[in-house]
Design a protein around this ligand. Structure first.
Ligand code: T3D
Length: 259
């Protein structure tokens, strides 16, 4: 029997969808899945036909975190493992200039929760949930959760969610700012595709520069941000996209940002 690919790849209307495909294990992450997803993110970043990247998953789960069947032995070299698997994955996701949508279709646990939080836009299915499950096995949150979560909900709520591995439902995630939209389960993947296609029609260069400015602002001062905006605005203003936007405004028609 041929082994199923751990990541399914599909491209439609400028949207590259990467689907985690270990549904029997709620898409728990083994090395093959993490490294293949990282490579596919880098490939999507390098492909000019791709304007938006979607990460989602097959079956009822999004990602149950580290595949616990793969963890054995008296001493696991966690530092090495994180530095060679999850950390390059989260960096590849954050470093692409293309918008990344994490489309959380079901339970997102442990490193799967971190992956779900790492997108530029987070879309959740109504039955999705997130749990910072790490403390259940006496580990600390990793794969970026200690960075993402307190910035979204504040230090104290992040600590409580982590300490008790509390499950956050989609409705609560929306209130807490852990996702931008919640879609019905029945239409989730179609709704995500439609949303991604709307995003793909937006000006790609301007969005890339916007991501750059926003990400730098997370660690800088207001003065840094003002300086950065003045440099990046020049790059945006010199683009064909900007000329098209101005022409469309003057001609009272929708702008066409897709060449
Ligand atoms: O290695 C390093 O470098 C450190 C990195 C760590 C990163 C991490 O992610 S640590 C956290 C690891 N993940 C977990 O601890 C989560 C374990 N799973 C759960 O707590 C629960 O499964 C869920 C809350 C995610 C979902 O619960 P539920 O009741 O909806 O489903 P279930 O029945 O527990 O799971 C369904 C199947 O998936 C089941 O298999 P079976 O019995 O039907 O054959 C279960 O064993 C499997 N599964 C779920 N999570 C994992 C898993 N198999 C392997 N690894 C998993 N993480």
């Amino acid at each position: 029997m041929t082994a199923q690919p751990v990541i399914l790849v599909d491209t439609r209307s400028g949207v590259r969808t990467l689907t985690l495909n270990r549904p029997d294990k709620l898409n728990a992450a083994n090395n093959d899945l993490i490294l293949t997803l990282t490579r596919e993110l880098q490939a999507a970043d390098a492909d000019d036909s791709v304007r938006v990247i979607v990460i989602t998953a097959a079956g009822r789960g999004f990602c149950a975190g580290q595949d616990l069947g793969d963890v054995s032995g008296d001493h696991v070299d966690f530092t090495h493992h994180l530095n060679t698997t999850y950390n390059p994955l989260i960096r590849a996701l954050r470093n692409t200039g293309k918008p990344v949508i994490t489309a959380v279709n079901g339970i997102a646990a442990g490193a799967g929760a971190s992956l779900g939080l790492a997108g530029d836009i987070r879309l959740w299915a109504q039955s999705a949930a997130m749990t910072q499950v790490f403390s259940n096995i006496a580990l600390i949150p990793d794969s970026g959760s200690t960075w993402f979560l307190p910035r979204l909900v504040g230090y104290h709520r992040a600590f409580e969610l982590m300490a008790f591995a509390q499950k956050v439902t989609a409705d609560d995630a929306l209130k807490l700012g852990l996702c931008e939209h919640v879609f019905p389960d029945e239409t989730f993947h179609a709704d995500v595709q439609a949303y991604a296609e709307r995003l793909a029609a937006r000006p790609a260069n301007a969005l890339k520069l916007t991501k750059q400015a926003l990400q730098a602002s997370m660690t800088g001062t207001l003065d840094d941000a003002l300086d950065q905006e003045s440099v990046l605005q020049q790059k945006a203003g010199d683009s064909w996209e900007h000329k098209e936007g101005l022409s469309a405004f003057a001609e009272k028609r929708p702008a066409n940002f897709v060449k």
